[in-house]
Every structure is written in C-alpha cells, then in structure tokens.
Design a binder for this molecule. Structure first.
Ligand SMILES: Cc1cc2nc3c(=O)[nH]c(=O)nc-3n(C[C@H](O)[C@H](O)[C@H](O)COP(=O)(O)O)c2cc1C
Length: 280
C-alpha cells in the first residue's frame, strides 16, 4: 500500500526534539497537518480527537508549561480519547502516525506523558469528565543543537539505545527467542517496532509469534498514575502497533489486529497480553 511517507526512513529519522527555534509553524504546514489528522484511523476503531494549540496563553489565559523540558516551541499537539478498553492504545497508535507524518515534513516533536502542566493543558483542551488526556507533544522547527540538560536526560535514560531483538521477540513462548529466518517478511515490521519511542525508554513491548499470529504483550514496569490511573505503557503499546502495522502495510503484508483469548503459555510475571496481529 502506498503510504503518505517512506515509513522506514521516517521511523529512523524520528527523534525526541526538546529544543526548538523560536517562531511558529507556518499556516500552510498547519493546514497540511490538519488535513492529515482528518483521515487518521486506528485498528482499534476508537476515534481520537486532535488539536494544535498555540503556546501563547489562550483567550482564557491557560499556561501551557513543560517545566523547562521543552524550549522554544510555540505549538503543541494535544489529543483526547473517550475512556474505553483499548482507548490508550488507540491514542498511542493515532498520535504516533501523526508524529511520523510531521517528522516527514521536517518538523520536530517529543512525546510528553509526565513533564507537562496537565491542568493548564487540560483546561485549554476543555477535556471532559469521561475523556483521557495522557500526553501532548510540542510541534516546531528543531533548533538543531541540544541543550546540556537535554543531552544529560538522553544519556540518563539511554534514549539512543533499544533492547536487543532476542529480548523483545519470541516464538511459541517466552523461552524461545524468535529466529529472524522464522520471522521472514516480518523482520522489517518488527525492526520498526524495536525503534519505537516509549515512556522513559522502557520499551515494554514483547511479541510472541505462533504460526502466522503475532501476540503483543505489555511488560508493565511503570505504575499507573493520576486520577484516571492511566497506564502510560498502554500508549507505548499503541505506538508499537503503529510502527509494526505501517511497515507491514507498506510491504503489502495483509492481516489485522484482534484481541484474542490470552494465549495459554508460561509468561514472565509482569507480561500482560494485549492484542494480536493475525497475518493472512
Ligand atoms: C508515552 C510517552 C511518554 C513520554 N513522556 C516523556 C516526558 O514526560 N518527558 C520527556 O522528556 N520525554 C518523554 N518521552 C520521550 C521518551 O523519553 C523518548 O521517546 C525515549 O527516551 C526514546 O528517545 P527518542 O524518542 O529520541 O527515540 C515520552 C515518550 C513516550 C512514548
């Protein structure tokens, strides 16, 4: 399937940008982004609402702060989703699809699940009682050079590193790492998944292949937080599904995501079954 951008190139180019050039994203670029937003769908079939906010205090005076983590960005992408099973996964999928598109335009982004002023942003977004609002991202022109603080953060969480293939992907059960020959044409979708961003770079995704089915598990390592007890790693799972799916679609691999009965197999304690890709 022809995608709007080169998936592998864009996945490899995307990086969290925390320092931006002063100045707004042009109206023409915003228009393109809004057109793209209107046609984003996710395999969980849960609608996700997006808005691009201006950093300047809105008419009602809400402040869009990031505790100094982000510098120079004048715009933020925000998304909400109605509370429901798989809502956070759907948001992660759709938001990452947008982030990849924005990256292909040469603009910078950075997932923020913790370091943003939730009440200021939620007020500007007019978030409703039954809606989840787990993350935002700055949107802007990358400055091109990192601040010292940013470099230290990246070093501390090993942001440039990803877990090895054999720590993430398995066949039949968790005791057998997946042989790349066995993965065949799915090597690329899995490699794209491996490059996904995740909260604190914890990379909670694990995949177990059984015949033509790829079961996705969440290795939960971050406690649920906040009033709605959001499990931010469910957003990570949606991001992982997005990378895998976009690479599969680009390479004409057909199949679909489905929540199955949890497969019967021994699994590590924190591993929690989420959904499966059924290849056709
Ligand atoms: C769901 C989610 C939440 C995140 N929250 C934050 C955050 O609050 N603050 C921050 O500086 N980075 C945050 N990040 C960015 C990650 O630290 C980053 O993606 C990871 O270290 C990998 O680096 P990379 O994005 O440059 O590849 C978040 C990422 C994700 C996916």
């Amino acid at each position: 399937m022809k995608m709007e951008f080169d998936v592998e190139k864009t996945v490899r180019e995307r990086v969290s940008v925390r320092t931006y050039r002063e100045g707004k994203v042009s109206a023409a670029e915003k228009e393109k982004i809004n057109v793209f937003i209107d046609q984003i769908v996710n395999p969980f079939q849960i609608p996700v609402s997006f808005r691009i906010l201006e950093k300047e205090a809105s008419a009602k005076g809400e402040k869009l702060g990031t505790y100094g983590v982000i510098k120079g960005a004048s715009n933020f992408i925000c998304a909400t989703v109605k509370e429901a099973p798989l809502a956070l996964e759907a948001l992660g999928y759709s938001f990452e699809k947008l982030i990849l598109y924005v990256t292909s335009l040469g603009l910078g982004t950075c997932w923020l699940g913790g370091t943003f002023d939730k009440s200021g942003f939620a007020a500007a977004m007019e978030v409703k009682e039954n809606e989840l609002f787990p993350v935002v991202s700055p949107l802007g022109i990358p400055f091109g050079k990192k601040r010292t603080m940013e470099s230290i953060t990246r070093w501390a969480i090993k942001a440039d590193k990803r877990k090895e293939w054999q720590e993430l992907f398995f066949q039949q059960d968790f005791s057998h790492p997946l042989d790349q020959a066995e993965a065949g044409e799915y090597v690329l979708p899995l490699k794209m998944l491996q490059l996904a961003p995740s909260a604190a770079n914890k990379q909670p995704w694990r995949v177990v292949k059984q015949d033509n089915i790829y079961h996705f598990y969440e290795m939960r390592t971050i406690d649920k937080e906040g009033k709605h007890r959001i499990d931010i790693q469910k957003v990570d799972m949606g991001i992982a599904a997005c990378h895998f799916h976009m690479a599969a679609l680009e390479n004409e691999l057909s199949g679909h995501f489905e929540v199955l009965n949890p497969p019967k197999m021994e699994h590590p304690g924190q591993a929690c079954y989420q959904f499966s890709w059924i290849g056709e």
